[in-house]
Design a protein around this ligand. Structure first.
Ligand SMILES: CC(C)(COP(=O)(O)OP(=O)(O)OC[C@H]1O[C@@H](n2cnc3c(N)ncnc32)[C@H](O)[C@@H]1OP(=O)(O)O)[C@@H](O)C(=O)NCCC(=O)NCCS
Length: 189
């Protein structure tokens, strides 16, 4: 993909809205920088500064400008607080596949927010963008992420051994996928 894309506003269950990144989201980037895992699997800076935070937000804008994908911020509508992110990445969209990833600030976890956000983006990608297959990769130990994927209608397809460099190690990943033809109970699609 090289054509620019626009990140839409999508409503999600749980009083959430998904939208594009803004410079006002820097406190979210700062909290994520302090997480032990997020900087290992994303381009969130491991050591936060305002310059690094702004560079992260500008990277997200560049991804939409170059059509790499849709980086969404998950915002709580009640107080307009940014809680985390879901990204929909289009590198393989020509082959009918897109990949998702997500994280939440530590203070926003424990309430199923990621599953609500993932379900909304997935429904939009399958129904509006008409992408036939969505996939995501989760480390076997990551129970919260595995549950998130399952609650959003993704099914485990097996372990990819040594699939990805995470920090200093090659790590196994479970491949999860959801197809446009899958029935997902309670999804309304
Ligand atoms: C993955 C992540 C987004 C999930 O956040 P969340 O929406 O707050 O998820 P929750 O804490 O509500 O947990 C989701 C489910 O997992 C369960 N769970 C969470 N941690 C668990 C644990 N250690 N053991 C067992 N179950 C656990 C919860 O009980 C919940 O179960 P339910 O669906 O039956 O209610 C968040 O943990 C995160 O940002 N992690 C760091 C980044 C990351 O791992 N991203 C994903 C990479 S693939």
């Amino acid at each position: 993909m090289t054509a620019a894309v626009d990140v839409p506003r999508l409503a999600a269950d749980g009083g959430l809205v998904l939208r594009g990144w803004e410079l006002g989201d820097l406190p979210l980037v700062e909290e994520a920088s302090g997480d032990g895992y997020i900087p290992l699997i994303t381009t969130v800076p491991p050591v936060y500064s305002q310059a690094e935070g702004e560079a992260f937000v500008r990277r997200q804008w560049r991804r939409t400008a170059t059509g790499v994908g849709y980086p969404f911020v998950i915002e709580r509508v009640a107080d307009a607080r940014p809680l985390g992110t879901v990204g929909l990445w289009l590198r393989e969209v020509g082959e009918g596949r897109a990949t998702l990833g997500y994280w939440l600030a530590g203070s926003a976890r424990g309430r199923g927010v990621a599953a609500d956000a993932l379900r909304a983006v997935s429904r939009w990608a399958l129904e509006e963008l008409r992408i036939p297959r969505l996939q995501l990769y989760v480390e076997p130990w990551n129970t919260a992420s595995r549950r998130t994927a399952e609650r959003a209608g993704f099914r485990s397809e097996g372990v990819l051994r040594g699939w990805q460099q995470v920090g200093a190690e090659r790590r196994d990943m479970i491949m999860y996928a959801r197809r446009s033809t899958d029935e997902v109970p309670g999804d309304g699609s």
